[in-house]
Design a protein around this ligand. Structure first.
Ligand code: ARG
Ligand code: GLU
Length: 733
């Protein structure tokens, strides 16, 4: 027993260090394969990615550009998060049938709901094209020339690379311009809504529980991919048929236990793991606080109104959720970076890097990198801050964002003439109709005052327009809102009526527009040019720094930052201890849903049917071995935004969960991954099946899946092991 514990300690220390990373599925050979096998994986890497035979990647399309999804039946049934399908569920909802509130379940193919502008994209193959993209680039001196040649090489490849008619070619950079990969893809545009739980399951806990563990959310929705008669991508048609995938994921009822192998396969959006300490310092000390400050103010105002007025609540629910999501993430990120001493750790790493550069005699090439970074980050800080104030004001206040669209309209006229003005105007009027449906002048006015005050007082003085400096913010706000016509659809339609000269004349007399024009002119004169110039220099430096880090640490686990391409991340089921005397278990149960239940509350209400199922213990085959119904679990997989909807797979490649979030203490993993506290949050597959089967009574959906029952799983495993033994024996012969 003692020996066992010693062994566990000995082996778990280095194993623990080998966590994190988002790896390219076509390059798992070697180190990743070994680590995954050590963690308990029973598949081969050919099972995950193969060009010649069907593999897991054939079941995992990107969902609408920003999320991940997976095929879970031979008939193209697709699983993703409720929050990824939120827009579609909302679009099909009305007062008579509110699918957000009550859920939706198609009883047959005929009842499945088509969606405009929804597509899913599969990866057919991944190919290294670094040589082709960088051909001739080294010979060039200026950054601009290099950029232009790279762009040219890329578009050449895009035109000439061999692919089928219905396929696309996409090229992305890895390691900040040190590697280029080409993806052949297939996009399906007929994707229909099949099922969604009510928000009281799919969004249970809402913003209060967002980014937080322990969690109890059934964050899933079902869609179906349709194809033409040849099983190829096609625009929506009633003649289309359910897509027959090259591979679909079996769903396992086996459940999870401490330390079980898990793998998450999906499309992480963006990470910045290789920034110098100066950049991290800037994020923690300067940029995050500014962005959090603006959103904090905007959210407080909006929340006050939403709580008082049901109509405003509906108008602002979706905007509020999306603003709150990253507001909350940045707060967690800053706290985590501070708590894990990310800056100090980076500084130590940089000292070590400098040592290695010196030892290797590479001072001429790499010796100047860090001092250069220090200088550039110092220089860019005021511009970055001014940039964030401008962008966040634009994003958080509606009058400013409406005014900015008019500003672009005026520019379109100045630069491209009347025709371009008219086209843009027509589009704007169309878009404004929807915008003003969800617009409330009082909310906007109060948000405006708060946002402008923060901007005027806290952005660097010499980069801020005089009109919002050292003034009475209430007075400015009252003056503008008394006169501006940008606060109603009728007002703006009247403003936009007439030819370009007339409209532009009217616009320039509107006090709301005039203020936004002052802000925007100031931004494009004083902030944007210098900000972009410095950013280009930093990006070039970062490319060399990345190359140097790879070169100085040839054996290190250096994965390329996320870039919305398909990645594998792996780890194990595990709880964590975020602070003194606090330890979190790795799984939550339906009991926890009931503990959080607040009747009638907009975040923590529970549907009556779920309460009934709980009270009668009616969990069917979905309970764990102690008779409890698992809801969510966590693991050490390194994920980020875009991994929403990613499948969590077991050692054999069966679906055991659905990724949807990260824990509060670990949200800094986009910048600095700390294996001690970074965890991803998944819905347990058993909860998903339970909701479909017992709650929604949609048994026909369960029937089209391949369910791996616990006994079956061990039998399958035995079979596989025996086969392996046989193969080995045969090989020996
Ligand atoms: N935090 C998760 C993500 O980044 C879930 C967001 C869902 N939205 C919400 N406000 N609860 O997307
Ligand atoms: N909810 C996020 C998404 O929409 C995933 C959570 C994360 O950022 O890790 O992609």
């Amino acid at each position: 027993m003692k020996l066992l514990r010693l062994l566990v300690v000995l082996f778990s220390v280095p194993m623990f260090a080998q966590q994190g990373g988002m790896w390219i599925p076509s390059l798992l050979n070697g180190m990743n394969e070994t680590e995954m096998t050590n963690l308990g994986m029973k598949m081969s890497i050919e099972d995950i990615y193969s060009v010649n035979q069907s593999s897991l990647k054939d079941a995992v399309p990107q969902f609408n550009g920003g999320c991940t999804s997976e095929v879970i039946s031979p008939n193209g049934l697709l699983l993703t998060n409720h929050h990824c399908g939120y827009g579609e569920i909302q679009a099909h909802s009305s007062v008579e049938h509110d699918y957000l509130q009550d859920g939706f379940w198609a009883k047959s193919y005929a009842e499945e709901l088509p969606n405009e502008d929804l597509e899913v994209t599969f990866i057919v193959s991944i190919n290294d094209v670094t040589k082709e993209v960088l051909a001739g680039v080294d010979a060039l001196k200026s950054e601009a020339d290099k950029k232009a040649l790279i762009q040219k090489n890329i578009s050449n490849l895009q035109k000439t690379y061999k692919r089928e008619d219905w396929q696309n070619v996409m090229i992305r950079t890895f390691y900040e311009g040190n590697q280029y990969m080409l993806f052949v893809t297939e996009s399906f545009e007929d994707v229909r809504l099949v099922g969604a739980p009510p928000s009281s399951i799919g969004k249970f806990g809402s913003d209060t529980d967002n980014w937080v563990w322990p969690r109890h959310t059934g964050d899933f929705a079902l869609f179906r991919i349709y194809a033409d008669k040849n099983n190829r991508p096609a625009k929506y048609s009633k003649d289309n048929v359910p897509y027959q995938p090259k591979h679909f994921l079996p769903v396992s009822l086996d459940g999870i236990e401490q330390d079980d192998f898990t793998m998450v396969f999906g499309y992480p959006g963006r990470t910045q793991e290789y920034l110098p300490s100066y950049a991290v310092e800037q994020i923690v000390e300067v940029l995050n606080p500014a962005k959090i400050g603006i959103r904090d103010a905007a959210l407080k105002v909006t929340d006050g109104y939403m709580r008082q007025d049901q109509a405003i609540k509906i108008q602002y629910a979706s905007k509020f959720a999306s603003t709150a999501n990253y507001w909350k993430k940045w707060i967690g990120e800053s706290q985590g970076l501070k708590k894990s001493n990310a800056v100090a750790t980076k500084k130590a790493y940089e000292a070590d890097f400098t040592n290695k550069v010196n030892k290797a005699g590479k001072q001429a090439e790499y010796g100047n990198l860090l001092p250069q970074f220090e200088k550039l980050y110092k220089e860019i800080t005021p511009y970055a801050l001014a940039n964030d104030y401008f962008q966040e004001s634009l994003r958080n206040d509606e009058l400013i964002s409406i005014g900015f669209r008019l500003y672009q309209l005026e520019n379109a006229y100045k630069q491209n003439g009347e025709q371009s003005f008219n086209d843009r105007k027509a589009n704007l009027i169309k878009g404004f109709e929807a915008l003003y449906k969800d617009y409330n002048k009082n909310v906007d006015k109060d948000v405006f005052e708060k946002v402008i005050e923060l901007y005027g007082k806290n952005a660097p003085a010499d980069l801020t327009p005089a009109v919002i400096k050292n003034i009475d913010y209430t007075k400015l706000t009252n003056t503008i809102y008394a006169k501006t016509v940008l606060t109603s659809y009728d007002g703006i339609k009247a403003l936009l009526n007439g030819n370009a000269t007339e409209v532009i004349n009217k616009m320039n007399q509107d006090p709301g527009f005039k203020l936004v024009k002052d802000l925007a002119d100031n931004y494009f004169d004083k902030v944007a040019p210098k900000y972009q110039e410095l950013n280009t220099e930093i990006a070039a430096l970062q490319r060399t720094y990345m190359k140097a880090q790879l070169e100085m640490n040839p054996d290190a686990r250096i994965f390329p930052d996320a870039n919305s391409t398909l990645r594998v991340t792996y780890g194990k089921v595990n709880g964590y201890a975020p602070k003194d005397a606090v330890t979190y278990d790795y799984v939550t149960y339906l009991d926890g849903v009931m503990e959080k239940y607040v009747p009638g509350d907009y975040e923590f209400d529970v549907p009556q049917k779920l309460i009934d199922l709980y009270n009668t213990n009616d969990f069917g085959v979905y309970a764990d071995k102690n008779g409890k119904l698992p809801v969510n679990f966590i693991g050490t997989n390194h994920t980020t935004g875009g991994n929403s909807g990613s499948p969590a797979l077991d050692a054999e490649g069966n679906l055991i969960g659905l990724n949807f979030d990260r824990v509060w203490e670990g949200t800094m993993s986009d910048i600095y991954y700390d294996p001690a506290i970074c965890r991803n949050i998944m819905v347990d597959a058993r909860y998903i099946l339970f909701v479909i089967d017992k709650y929604a009574d949609a048994k026909h959906l369960i029937e089209e899946m391949k369910i791996v029952y616990p006994k079956q799983a061990s039998k399958d495993k035995e079979l596989k092991d025996n086969k392996l033994k046989k193969v080995k024996k045969n090989k020996k012969k």
